[in-house]
Write a protein that binds this ligand. Structure first.
Ligand code: 0O2
Ligand code: 0O2
Length: 202
């Protein structure tokens, strides 16, 4: 398998989406209004992770491009839960890609405690050989959700997917705490934003 050739369009997509979404953030800043975007990251899934996912899901190698949705992944991190839905609306209004699927793991959190909004998109990318439609995953989450997910992801990696039950219980409680934090911050959102506007003007 020529991985460099296969992953080249995915790299291009991640770079383009990062530029576009960071551009959206800058536009809000120019207008001195609260940006629903705190930061944007992205990555192409490393080859060993692609192979592992394919193996676990019984996906034959020739189908990975069709069946693994997050080979190209970008993440949009927000301050407040409301911001996530603002971004979802903005993304739905764009016509530079097609939304294939939306998964709201915020209203329907996963058993692990994971919360985030996921969008699978089909993105047209111009390659030397012509236009190619590439699947990509956009994850939208708050800072608190991101903090939890990043730590849980590390623990999953450390324990190879079988986190001991006492650590799992702590993660459940941490997920609850992250949820509470988001709720409390939402309640004082307007005050925080006003403070940030004053700070921004100075
Ligand atoms: P680890 O241990 O895997 O977390 P730049 O454009 O230069 O500012 P750069 O350096 O290319 O940015 O990377 P960026 O955009 O800051 O994000 C890369 C890191 O964010 C990676 O961490 C990814 O793990 C993580 N990441 C970002 N977006 C996604 C996503 O959509 N899905 C997943 N699964 N991870 C994402 P590292 O550095 O690889 O370390
Ligand atoms: P990585 O790069 O290691 O993060 P589905 O077929 O829809 O059930 P699929 O295709 O895995 O499942 O999609 P899903 O469940 O929407 O999630 C895909 C990505 O969301 C994962 O990528 C994670 O980045 C993130 N995610 C989902 N559930 C959890 C969770 O419980 N904890 C954490 N930390 N992240 C989660 P990968 O493949 O794990 O890759």
């Amino acid at each position: 398998m020529n991985w460099d050739a296969l992953l080249a369009p995915y790299k291009q997509v991640v770079e383009e989406l990062k530029v576009k979404l960071r551009g959206t953030r800058s536009q809000f800043e120019y207008e001195s209004s609260h940006s629903p975007i705190e930061f944007v990251t992205g990555r192409v899934k490393p080859v060993p992770s692609i192979l592992e996912k394919a193996k676990n899901r019984g996906i034959p190698l020739e189908n990975i491009e069709k069946e693994i949705f997050d080979i190209a992944g970008v993440r949009v991190v927000c301050q407040f839960v409301d911001d996530i839905y603002t971004i979802v609306k903005i993304l739905r209004n764009r016509d530079d890609f097609t939304i294939i699927e939306e998964k709201d793991y915020i209203t329907n959190k996963k058993d692990s405690g994971y919360r985030s909004y996921h969008m699978i998109i089909e993105y047209p990318v111009e390659m030397v050989q012509g236009r190619k439609l590439v699947l990509a995953e956009i994850q939208i989450r708050t800072l608190a959700m991101n903090f939890w997910a990043t730590n849980e992801h590390s623990l999953n990696y450390k324990y190879k997917g079988s986190i001991p039950s006492e650590v799992k219980a702590r993660l459940q409680r941490a997920a609850e705490a992250a949820f509470k934090l988001d709720e409390e911050m939402s309640k004082i959102k307007h005050e925080i934003q006003e403070a940030q506007r004053i700070f921004h003007r100075k």
